[in-house]
Design a protein around this ligand. Structure first.
Ligand SMILES: *[C@@H]1O[C@H](CO)[C@@H](O)[C@H](O)[C@H]1NC(C)=O
Ligand SMILES: *[C@@H]1O[C@H](CO)[C@@H](O)[C@H](O)[C@H]1NC(C)=O
Ligand SMILES: *[C@@H]1O[C@H](CO)[C@@H](O)[C@H](O)[C@H]1NC(C)=O
Ligand SMILES: *[C@@H]1O[C@H](CO)[C@@H](O)[C@H](O)[C@H]1NC(C)=O
Length: 382
């Protein structure tokens, strides 16, 4: 499939070295290529699936990112704080361990898009063989509906409970309170990421050729995107006040806009979860994490995340660091910025100002992870 490879390399260099005119041309070419590909082969879908796994530039974490990402300072700061309040000595894993509340040995991973969940999923897939548990994943949806009506939540709760334990079920969906529908409590896990980095990542992800080509193949009647839209960059989108990049407190937007809100995946399906950046949604999200989630990992601190998963959900995650470092990161030569151009810090700051509750939620999850880690009182460094 050298067309796919060409397309890949076109896009890889597009924003780096091509002048404006050429990039327009490529956007058009990508569309005709799409049509051509679409008519082409039967196993293209699987090819594209592979490509997606290989190519999603920042859904896959490079070891570079990990080594440069300093998890230790955050953990250390938390340790100092807990020492100063005297909490350090009373910190017990038991209080921070929601795994023990589970009534059914099924891990429910309601993954958030663009948070590195592809990597975590690959890790879980490998662990399912090593640790002997079932691996179940929802298929690609026409419209990724993350917020469900009560009947659908009930159906999903029934589905999650129907898997034979031990097993893992993975789906893009808002937190679904399985026990509220009378089913046994599963083990909830998830992963979060810096919310502004995530929104930028999403912005470029939906413009990447492999994303819409795959959707076009799965759902032929979905119209192809406008080339103008495809080549719009994040900076001008923010600065021009484009609706796509306007983040207003209290605003309700469904569809693609849903993905602006990482906290929505924790808040749940309630109407209070809909308005952007509000206290009500933040409080619900925090409550769900505290009451239900065994572990909410942090993409920027994968080492700490893996240690915490190993210790708090050992039936599923024992050996996770080992598998990650020896099997996954090693065969992962992906350059993080191959498709996504770097975004100016000033632009990020503008966006950050409107993401206050999202940032608070992210910090909340990070602090909880640090506490869980410190409670283990492991001798070595994170
Ligand atoms: C994470 O763990 C790996 C393997 O143990 C190590 O090579 C790497 O430096 C660690 N990264 C950080 C940020 O501590
Ligand atoms: C989930 O449902 C249970 C049972 O109805 C309830 O006790 C719990 O508070 C709910 N959790 C959240 C976050 O609403
Ligand atoms: C941020 O919110 C303010 C209003 O609170 C609004 O005027 C501004 O356009 C927003 N900025 C972005 C980038 O959405
Ligand atoms: C948390 O609870 C689970 C289930 O009871 C147990 O297997 C695990 O060892 C506990 N982890 C910690 C750190 O207490």
């Amino acid at each position: 499939m050298d067309i796919l490879q060409k397309m890949d390399s076109f896009y890889r260099h597009r924003r780096i070295s091509f002048p404006k005119r050429t990039s327009e041309l490529i956007a058009l070419m990508a569309i005709s290529t799409t049509l051509f590909l679409f008519l082409h082969t039967r196993d293209l879908n699987t090819k594209l699936k592979e490509m997606e796994v290989k190519l999603q530039p920042d859904d896959i974490i490079t070891s570079n990112q990990l080594i440069s990402g300093n998890s230790a300072p955050g953990v250390k700061a938390m340790m100092k704080l807990l020492q100063s309040t005297g909490e350090m000595t009373t910190l017990e894993p038991f209080q921070l361990n929601n795994t023990r509340k589970a009534q059914h040995n099924i891990v429910f991973f309601n993954r958030v898009p663009k948070v590195g969940s592809q990597t975590l999923m690959e890790l879980i897939r490998r662990l399912s063989i090593r640790n002997d548990f079932g691996f179940h994943q929802d298929r690609v949806q026409r419209v990724e509906t993350i917020r469900l009506a009560p009947e659908d939540q009930e159906e999903l709760s029934g589905l999650v409970s129907s898997y034979e334990p031990p097993g893992v079920y993975i789906k893009h969906v808002c937190f679904t309170n399985v026990s509220a529908f009378g089913y046994p409590e599963p083990i909830y896990i998830n992963l979060v990421r810096d919310p502004v980095e995530r929104v930028i990542s999403w912005y470029y992800y939906i413009r990447a050729p492999w994303y819409y080509v795959e959707r076009k193949i799965a759902f032929p009647d979905i119209p192809l995107p406008d080339p103008k839209w495809l080549k719009k960059d994040f900076e001008s989108c923010v600065l021009s006040g484009d609706r796509e990049c306007r983040y207003l407190t209290g605003e309700i937007r469904e569809g693609i806009g849903d993905h602006r809100r990482q906290s929505m995946f924790f808040c749940g399906h309630h109407a209070d979860c809909l308005p952007f950046n509000t206290d009500g949604a933040l409080e619900r999200a925090k409550r769900a994490v505290e009451q239900h989630y065994a572990v909410v990992g942090v993409l920027e601190e994968l080492n700490t995340t893996m240690r915490v998963l190993e210790k708090y959900v050992p039936r599923f995650f024992q050996g996770a660091s080992d598998v990650y470092w020896n099997e996954i990161s090693r065969f992962n030569p992906i350059n993080k910025n191959s498709f996504k151009p770097p975004v100016n810090e000033e632009i990020k700051e503008i966006v950050r100002k409107n993401f206050t509750k999202e940032i608070e939620f992210y910090e909340f999850c990070k602090q909880r992870l640090h506490k869980q880690y410190l409670a283990l009182k492991l001798p070595e460094k994170p």
